[in-house]
Design a protein around this ligand. Structure first.
Ligand code: ZN
Length: 136
């Protein structure tokens, strides 16, 4: 089976950020020359996510507010995981928002539904982190 693997690196300037990586994944897919199959895109860190949704700034604000209600960053002492680290909220947010997406490849393109875009969700940023792409 033909396959193509590529890693992307991200370093956000803020602790939390949502980045549309659709173009990056499309560029990887073009390099792969795979025309029919599936794309797997996953975060390689346990405090960042890959998910598919709308590229709409109001919605992105809503995600931030919703995630902060479910797993507020502060106070840090509310979490048993914190102490050595301060990122318990980021682990929880990552779990809610997901680790990976799988997208069908049809005629060399990502076969999205209307408005679907791929996002990298960073919840404990300001350091270099990897996203894995595999096309089969
Ligand atoms: Zn941690």
């Amino acid at each position: 089976m033909k396959s193509y693997r590529k890693e992307l690196w991200f370093e956000t300037s803020k602790r939390r950020e949502l980045i549309n990586i659709t173009r990056d994944v499309e560029d990887c897919l073009a390099e792969s020359r795979i025309k029919e199959g599936m794309a797997l895109v996953n975060a390689m860190h346990i405090t960042s996510s890959i998910f598919i949704n709308d590229d709409e700034s109001g919605l992105h604000h809503d995600f931030e507010v919703w995630l902060e209600k479910l797993a507020p960053e502060k106070p840090y002492a509310q979490y048993k995981h914190n102490g050595f680290e301060d990122n318990a909220d980021a682990h929880l947010k990552r779990t809610i928002m997901g680790r990976e997406v799988v997208v069908a490849i049809t005629q060399g393109k990502l076969d999205f539904g209307p408005w679907e875009q791929i996002f990298y969700g960073e919840f404990d940023g300001m350091r270099r982190k990897r996203v894995f792409n595999e096309f089969l």
